[in-house]
Write a protein that binds this ligand. Structure first.
Ligand SMILES: Cc1cc2nc3c(=O)[nH]c(=O)nc-3n(C[C@H](O)[C@H](O)[C@H](O)COP(=O)(O)O)c2cc1C
Length: 189
C-alpha cells in the first residue's frame, strides 16, 4: 500500500525517460514475477532410468544425479509421473550376457511413443566387464526394441567398467564417475 501511494504521488524516471506511476507499478509487478532459471532447472529435463536401486550402474547414476541435478529413476522402486517432462532419457544398465537387464527392457516395453516428448532423445549408458563386443550386443538389443516402438536410440552411448569380485576390481571409480557425469552434462548442452 505504501509503495502504491508513493507511486501515485510521484513522476519517475527509468533510463532517462519519464514514466507515469502506473507504468512503473506494472514494471515492478513484472520483474518481481520473472524468475531466472538456475543450474538445476537447466538440467532437470534429463532422466536417468536405472533398473535397480543397487549395484554398479546405480552407484554411477546416483553420483551423476547428486552432482548434476538430473533426475534418477530406480525402475524397481518408482513410477515416473510424466515422461513428457524430459528432453533426454538415459537408459542405464549393467550388461548381462550381451543383454541389458530385464527390468530395463520390461520398462521400455511399457512405454509408448506418445508417452515421451516428441523431441526427446534416448541414450544408453552401460556398465560392464569389457568382454568382447557384448556392449554392442546390448546396444543393438535396446535399439531394436525402441525401433519396434517407433522410437530411436542415439548413437552416442557411454560405457564404464563395473567390477564384481576380482574382475575389474575397484570399478567404477572416481574417474569413471566423473567421465559419466561429464557425458550426461554434455547431453543437455
Ligand atoms: C550374470 C552376469 C553376466 C554378465 N555378462 C557380462 C557380459 O556379457 N559382458 C560384460 O562385459 N560384462 C558382463 N558382466 C559384468 C556386468 O555387466 C558388470 O559387473 C556390471 O557393472 C553389472 O552392473 P550392475 O551392478 O548394475 O548389475 C556380467 C555380470 C554378471 C553377474
Amino acid at each position: 500500500m505504501l509503495c502504491f501511494s508513493v507511486l501515485n504521488r510521484t513522476e519517475n524516471v527509468i533510463l532517462g525517460q519519464p514514466v507515469t506511476s502506473r507504468y512503473l507499478a506494472w514494471y515492478l509487478i513484472l520483474i518481481t514475477n520473472l524468475r531466472m532459471p538456475d543450474d538445476k532447472e537447466n538440467t532437470m529435463s534429463t532422466l536417468l532410468a536405472c533398473p535397480k536401486n543397487k549395484g554398479n550402474t546405480f552407484d554411477v547414476c546416483s553420483y551423476v544425479a547428486d552432482n548434476s541435478g538430473v533426475e534418477l529413476l530406480a525402475i524397481s522402486q518408482n513410477r515416473v509421473n510424466d515422461l513428457k517432462d524430459y528432453t533426454s532419457i538415459v537408459l542405464c544398465s549393467g550388461v548381462q550376457g550381451g543383454k541389458v537387464q530385464k527390468g530395463l527392457l520390461r520398462w521400455l516395453n511399457s512405454i509408448q511413443r506418445t508417452s515421451i516428448d516428441e523431441n526427446a532423445k534416448i541414450y544408453l549408458f552401460l556398465t560392464w566387464f569389457g568382454i568382447g563386443q557384448s556392449d554392442k550386443s546390448a546396444v543393438n538389443e535396446v535399439k531394436n526394441t525402441l525401433e519396434e516402438k517407433k522410437m530411436s536410440l542415439e548413437n552416442d552411448y557411454m560405457t564404464c567398467y563395473g567390477g564384481k569380485g576380482i574382475i575389474r576390481f575397484s570399478h567404477p571409480n572416481k574417474e569413471d564417475f566423473e567421465t559419466v557425469l561429464n557425458w550426461v552434462n554434455s547431453l543437455s548442452q
